[in-house]
Design a protein around this ligand. Structure first.
Ligand SMILES: Cc1cc2nc3c(=O)[nH]c(=O)nc-3n(C[C@H](O)[C@H](O)[C@H](O)COP(=O)(O)OP(=O)(O)OC[C@H]3O[C@@H](n4cnc5c(N)ncnc54)[C@H](O)[C@@H]3O)c2cc1C
Length: 323
């Protein structure tokens, strides 16, 4: 039985930790306050909140479809119904495209996969060293831990910073560009908008989702998650912290303009900047495993910019470890 440290509790980290935990001791560390990574949920109160990262899952491969079906049967996930309005004339709409969401929130998959694994949140890994065949891990909160085997699932720029001394494979030399996203969550006076989501064809606003339509809670007001295009966010992200109010206003005004209704009273608005949202070009390899160093990497960016990509990468790493 080996002892593994997995960094990250997004779909990649939760999947590999779950697979490894069947025969090994596994601990997870994540710098965030809770699980899910880019599938995380911003909670307003006990029942209400916003999926402010990944919006839904639309499985493509047979293996992932089976996995998602299993979680739907277990009532962890469900179908997101209602009217999804497709205004993007550039991308052809796939009418068979189903939208799967968490029953309570989109980090439900991570929560389910790691429910029996020890997780340490608010623990940001800062430095790694390989000493006497063990990984010495220094965390920002002044903790130092030792593990036999280390698995990292960070977005590419963060991974490169941590591991460039140890990983010599060609993929680490790539300049994998990750797009950004600016997401605004708003609570507005109830409107008679009969839509669950909008996919726009606009330079600023990419997508809007009505959280109420997910039927997770009852609310007398409307809750909307507005996500920018990456084109717009890439220009704004570096100064988004200073310009939160201004950028939120731009996205909110654009939302009301595009759906063609008068701007209604906004009770609450929150802006979240995603510095590493997604990459568009997949790599030739799906994961990385170094038997001599007992060092592994899996993440969505190996395979593509979606939740399914993280799951595929984690399963690929698990196969490599067990070869
Ligand atoms: C705005 C937005 C919308 C999206 N919409 C969709 C969608 O509709 N459908 C879809 O399929 N995909 C969508 N995606 C993409 C999807 O969210 C990702 O592909 C997927 O969640 C990536 O999972 P991951 O586990 O590989 O990485 P992450 O979820 O990023 O997990 C990495 C984890 O590592 C942690 N971490 C990083 N560095 C450290 C460190 N040094 N120490 C400790 N912890 C660390 C992070 O906190 C994080 O929890 C969207 C993404 C964004 C940002």
């Amino acid at each position: 039985m080996s002892n593994y440290c997995v960094i990250g509790s997004g779909i990649s980290g939760a999947t590999i930790a779950n697979l490894l935990s069947k025969k090994n001791s596994v601990h997870i560390y994540d710098k965030a306050r809770g699980p899910g990574g880019r599938c995380s949920f911003k909670r307003l109160n006990k029942s209400k909140g916003f999926d402010h990262g990944a919006q839904y899952i639309s499985p493509k491969t047979i293996q992932f479809k089976k996995f998602i079906e299993k979680l739907c049967k277990k009532k962890i996930l469900k179908r997101w119904g209602g009217k999804h309005i497709y205004l993007n004339k550039i991308k052809k709409q796939n009418k068979n495209h189903i939208k799967i969401i968490g029953r309570k929130s989109n980090n439900d998959i991570s929560k389910y996969l790691i429910k029996n694994i020890k997780c340490n949140f608010q623990s940001e890994l800062e430095k790694i060293e390989f000493i006497n065949n063990k990984w010495k891990l220094d965390f920002k909160n002044s903790q130092t831990k030792y593990y036999d085997k280390l698995i990292l699932t960070c977005p590419f720029p963060q991974l490169k910073k941590l591991t460039k001394k140890f990983i010599k494979d060609s993929f680490i030399k790539h300049k994998i560009k990750m797009d950004t996203n600016i997401t605004v969550m708003i609570e507005t006076k109830k409107n008679n908008i009969n839509a669950s989501s909008y996919l726009f064809n606009d330079k600023i606003l990419g997508w809007a989702a009505k959280e109420n339509s997910k039927k997770r809670f009852q609310s007398k007001n409307d809750l909307w998650t507005l996500q920018s295009t990456s084109l717009w966010a890439n220009k704004k992200i570096n100064k988004n912290r200073e310009n939160k109010e201004k950028n939120s206003k731009i996205l909110i005004d654009q939302f009301f303009k595009l759906i063609g209704i008068k701007k209604t009273k906004i009770f609450f608005s929150l802006n979240h900047g995603w510095k590493y949202s997604s990459n568009s070009k997949p790599l030739k390899v799906k994961s990385y495993w170094n038997t001599k160093l007992n060092l592994g990497v899996c993440a969505d960016w190996f395979v593509g910019p979606r939740v399914e990509a993280g799951w595929i990468s984690a399963n690929d790493l698990f196969r490599k470890i067990n070869k």
